[in-house]
Design a binder for this molecule. Structure first.
Ligand code: GLP
Length: 242
């Protein structure tokens, strides 16, 4: 794992954008694995800027997202469909039919998982996967205890994840209890992975990751088993690393 420590959120976002744009420049039909959360918003702002002013086009790029809440329709204000549309897809020239996110209200969640895994196999391999990290080390929605060989699956969200993501919802009862997420094995099939971490709230997770101990208790630790991962971390998130 290559570790790049930068000053702040803006520098992390710019550094990540440079790598994504390089990938899209060298392969106009690149498959990008994308993440939600507050962490990649700055990266997405840079990509929008690049699309508008630096001639980087996404017209033949495909995007597959990591996860979606179960129980939220595509147009729910807190769905990851809405998040991606608002923060990236509606502002660049990517074709909607080239963007893939699990369906949050499937007739059968199990079937949706199988179908989504098949979609990733069909459009993949993901050339560049973007990841954030949860305060408990989760990647996608793979909570501690998720096996390293997991594929797309239904996840029961932990209390800590529901609390972290809760403020975006009007009431606590509205925070989904389950999600569909690419599994750890699905994520590790990506050819190149960029893990982003910013802010003090991620310091514990980054400290744990950089012990290099691979364990189910820390889903992000499985990234040590991949040979092309770059962690871009700001000083606040890196502060507990000795
Ligand atoms: C959610 C997402 C993850 C994301 C994590 C961290 O749980 N499923 O993909 O990495 O939150 O979010 P944030 O970037 O807002 O800290």
């Amino acid at each position: 794992m290559k570790v790049v420590v930068v000053d702040n959120y803006e520098a992390m976002s710019a550094e990540a954008a440079k790598l994504v744009e390089e990938k899209v420049r060298e392969n106009q039909e690149a498959v990008l694995g994308l993440a939600t959360g507050s962490t990649p918003i700055g990266l997405y702002k840079n990509l929008i800027e690049g699309n508008k002013t630096r001639g980087i086009s996404y017209k033949d790029v495909k995007a597959v997202n990591l996860d979606e809440y179960l129980g939220l329709s595509q147009d729910h204000s807190q769905s990851y469909h809405t998040f991606m549309k608002e923060n990236l897809f509606s502002q660049i020239d990517i074709k909607p039919e080239n963007t893939y996110i699990p369906n949050g209200i499937p007739a059968s969640a199990e079937e949706e998982c199988t179908d989504y895994e098949a979609v990733i196999t069909k459009v993949g391999p993901v050339n560049l996967q973007i990841l954030g990290i949860g305060t408990n080390g989760h990647i996608g929605f793979n909570e501690p205890g998720t096996p390293g060989d997991s594929i797309t699956h239904v996840v029961e969200l932990t209390k800590s994840t529901r609390e972290s993501n809760g403020p975006n919802f009007e009431t606590e009862a509205e925070v989904p209890t389950h999600a569909i997420s690419m599994g750890i094995q699905t994520i590790l099939k990506g050819e190149e992975i960029i893990l982003l971490a910013s802010g003090e709230s991620k310091a514990e997770a980054i400290k744990m990751l950089l012990t290099k101990k691979v364990t189910e208790d820390n889903p992000a630790s499985f990234l040590w088993t991949h040979d092309n991962v770059t962690l871009i971390v700001d000083k606040d998130a890196y502060q507990l690393v000795k």
